[in-house]
Design a protein around this ligand. Structure first.
Ligand SMILES: Cc1cc2nc3c(=O)[nH]c(=O)nc-3n(C[C@H](O)[C@H](O)[C@H](O)COP(=O)(O)OP(=O)(O)OC[C@H]3O[C@@H](n4cnc5c(N)ncnc54)[C@H](O)[C@@H]3O)c2cc1C
Length: 441
């Protein structure tokens, strides 16, 4: 590193960058915060202010029976500025934390500008000096100039510009009495869970898939990319039998009765613990409600818990498991961190969480202290584990209970089980903060 005690460059004053700046500042670390607005705006940003909320004004539920509620509780314990401002500027939305977006962003800008040791520089950054401690928090719409620089920093094809992902379900919610595991032609490992459908089930499913409601594309989203990874509903609309000769092909598969099913939906592991399973070939642009309705017509998935719905949208993110440690720092450049959506977390609060953890861990690293990486009984720990160890087909991840270690006890009641996950997460983040961050501010 060039300087010590160092100034930290943070690139991007979005949700993650602002929270990282606050965490560093309160630990006495000087920050230079670079933001390209208002000179240059991404296609979704329209305001000059920091921490702009680009779409829905909801930061999701605060209910402790949800993973996003548990994540917020963990962030409160870790002293999250952004959530404090969100609550101060909230609008009525039941159990969801929804904000007055203009007020929220204005208050965030005010708070960040007030921090004594944070210098703000208004310009686009297109070069990263890996010798200077840096947090890259430029979000899903990182500018083209910086994208090229990041691509060469990663040194391979590890920077993605589009997210076309299939829904992911929780293992315990798959009805295994209506599914079977086996390799095709009886060969290979039983790496897939096969969900068979008979003729009537298949054609009813295709009918609903074709007519289900889709998410409209944004102007800046390139339709050519959609052609490159065809959504399952588009495939269905090309012919009633297209899917059963495509991703639902039953060839080489036999069920427990030794019969070949009419069609088979396959599920593949999404994490090494086998808690999460993705639906193979089901990239989709259906609305979330329609995904739940139509995909629940697959008999083995009739009660499936969807921890993540499929999305098809512009999204700049890196192949994090290849390049990042669990504390969000680069394996090749220990003082360069990635925070927010670009690091492979998905969502407003998840981006805030990663900014908070980058801020804490950059400060600790500069002092020669070990990183703070909570275990996977906590949601933040689960996200950190995901971005550094997910399986080959890395997809950005939101907060959900499937990324956590299973509970020690078996709880049949779904609501009680979720509350137990949340309680354990909150207890353990409190404990681990006490043990590891005691000497910090
Ligand atoms: C269109 C769209 C809609 C979304 N809707 C939702 C939603 O409804 N709910 C949800 O939970 N999540 C949503 N997301 C995903 C994600 O949660 C948000 O994008 C979130 O704002 C990500 O936070 P961030 O801090 O990583 O990036 P951002 O909040 O986007 O902040 C990045 C900042 O970096 C700046 N920047 C970029 N490049 C440079 C550069 N080279 N130099 C200097 N500054 C730069 C940008 O101007 C911006 O201010 C959406 C994403 C997109 C693209």
């Amino acid at each position: 590193m060039k300087t010590k005690p160092a100034k930290v460059n943070i690139i991007g004053a979005g949700l993650a960058g602002c929270e990282a700046a606050y965490q560093l500042s309160k630990r006495g670390v000087a920050v230079v915060l670079y933001e390209m607005k208002p000179e240059k705006m991404s296609p979704a940003h329209h305001e000059a202010s920091f921490a702009e909320i680009v779409c829905s004004n909801s930061m999701k539920s605060e209910d402790m029976g949800t993973a996003s509620g548990a994540l917020k509780a963990e962030l409160d314990i870790l002293d999250c500025l952004t959530l404090r401002i969100a609550r101060e500027t909230r609008v009525a939305a039941g159990s969801a934390l929804a904000v007055d977006r203009k007020l929220f962003s204005a208050r965030m800008t005010e708070e960040i500008k007030k921090l004594a040791n944070v210098e703000i520089v208004s310009r686009e950054v297109t070069h990263i000096d890996t010798e200077v401690p840096t947090i890259i928090a430029t979000g899903p719409l990182t500018s083209d100039g910086l994208s090229q620089e990041i691509a060469s920093l990663l040194g391979d094809k590890s920077l993605y510009f589009f997210d076309a992902s299939a829904p992911i379900v929780e293992a315990s919610s798959i009805d295994m009495s209506k599914a079977f595991t086996s390799g095709r032609y009886g060969k290979g490992e039983s790496d897939y869970i096969n969900c068979p459908m008979d003729r009537d089930e298949y054609y009813a499913f295709v009918r609903e898939l074709k007519s289900a409601e889709r998410v409209p594309l944004k102007d800046f989203e390139n339709t050519a990319v959609f052609e490159g990874c065809m959504p399952v509903e588009v495939m269905a609309s090309r012919g009633d039998d297209t899917l059963r000769f495509g991703p639902l092909r039953p060839v080489g598969l036999v069920d427990a009765n030794g019969k070949r099913p009419f069609a088979v939906v396959q599920l593949r592991r999404e994490n090494t613990e086998s808690e999460l399973w993705g639906i193979v070939g089901f990239q989709t642009n259906l609305t979330f409600g329609e995904q739940k309705r139509v995909f629940s017509m697959i008999p083995a998935l009739s009660n499936a818990e969807f921890v993540k719905y499929g999305v098809m949208h512009r999204n700049t993110y890196i192949n994090s498991p290849k390049h990042l440690n669990a504390d969000f720092s680069m394996k090749a450049h220990p003082f360069v961190f990635f925070a927010g959506q670009i690091a492979g977390v998905e969502g407003y609060v998840e981006s805030i969480a990663s900014g908070l953890l980058c801020g804490i861990n950059m400060a600790r690293k500069l002092e020669g202290k070990p990183s703070f990486v909570p275990d996977t009984t906590t949601i933040v720990g689960g996200l950190m584990h995901h971005i550094s160890s997910a399986t080959e087909n890395f997809q950005p991840m939101n907060a959900n209970f499937g990324i956590l270690q299973p509970l020690d006890e078996i709880i049949r009641d779904k609501s009680q089980k979720k509350l137990a996950y949340s309680k354990r997460a909150v207890d353990n983040i409190t404990k681990q903060k006490g043990e590891q961050l005691n000497q910090d501010v």
